[in-house]
Design a protein around this ligand. Sequence first.
Ligand code: UT7
Length: 341
Amino acid sequence: MGQRTGQHGAIITAVERYLPDRVLTNHDLEKLVDTSDEWIRERTGVVERHILDGQPTSYMAIKVAERIIAARDLDPAEIDLIIVATATPDMLFPSTACLVQHAVRATRAWAYDLSAACTGFIYALVAGAQFIQTGAHRKVLVIGADKMSAITDFTDRSTCILFGDGAGGVLLEPAQTANAGLLDFELRADGAGAGCLSVPAGGSMMPASHETVDQRLHYVQQDGRSVFKFAVARMAEVCATVLERNGLTGADLKLFVPHQANYRIIQAAAQRLKLPAEKVMVNIDRFANTTAATVPIALSEAFQQERLESGDLVLLAGVGGGYTWGSVLLRWENRSDPGNT
Ligand code: UT7
């Protein structure tokens, strides 16, 4: 489906993250619902998560944008486009991306939000790369940001243990060398799964009312077992599709950066790709599921830990509400290398 056809490669020239200060541990949740640290660790891999108090999603997205601007030493007016992937926008409209655009004074940029739940960053990265690959733009900011605590029912033990707040993002720019950056992708959707994972109320189908609030319909509702089965099968499948199409196996990858929804889902994908643990980014223990933010947060940790060198092949993958799912193959290129300054 997605092999590159444009003139220019799109490389990541900066990657940053923001996690709010407050940490909510499994032991803290034991005081709110009938659960245990042991159950949560065994069934999900989560130990703790970060929670944003008193600020909206845009607060975290703006922090990421500011960090990228500083890291790349950019004039914000150079940014052409800002895409924010989020399931927890500040408001139904205007978009969170417009709030980021204004806050960082990206005066020339256009901006939009992208809604694909946990696959949001994967979708947004591919969308943003198209504008670089066609030559239309030279600097595209792609951010995944979610304040899941705003839509989490802290009386429902089957969901409140899963999520956390956070944001991550990248700057995309044209590659100076051939065969660098985003090499291939496979994106999928199946709206038949819409009822398995959703926030039912607050949109035009079920506008906010006393009844919707009383019935707690503004919170995430999920059929955990169905989502789990779907995620295990589809995330591995889409990764295998991208690798096979490029004549690659797991052995060719430097790093696999999967969505962090459940450690068991990550393990299933890693096993299918025959990846040893050291090639798989896992931080679900510290951050839980931050929805559109998991992949860029993990990528930024990998970069900071100096696990990525020019020429390395990196596979990103996500799966979530919609259903949506997808995978992206990247050849990493450090911007400090000759030709990329
Ligand atoms: O990013 C995409 C979004 N979401 C996901 O990817 C989540 C996918 N689903 C999952 O990760 C898992 O289905 C969960 C972690 C949500 C649940 O794990 P599970 O192994 O599928 O458990 P289950 O729902 O089958 O429940 C097993 C038992 C049930 O008790 P009974 O019926 O066996 O007596 C639940 O009531 O565990 C119980 N349970 C809990 N017990 C302690 C459910 N939640 C909890 C809890 N603490 N927090």
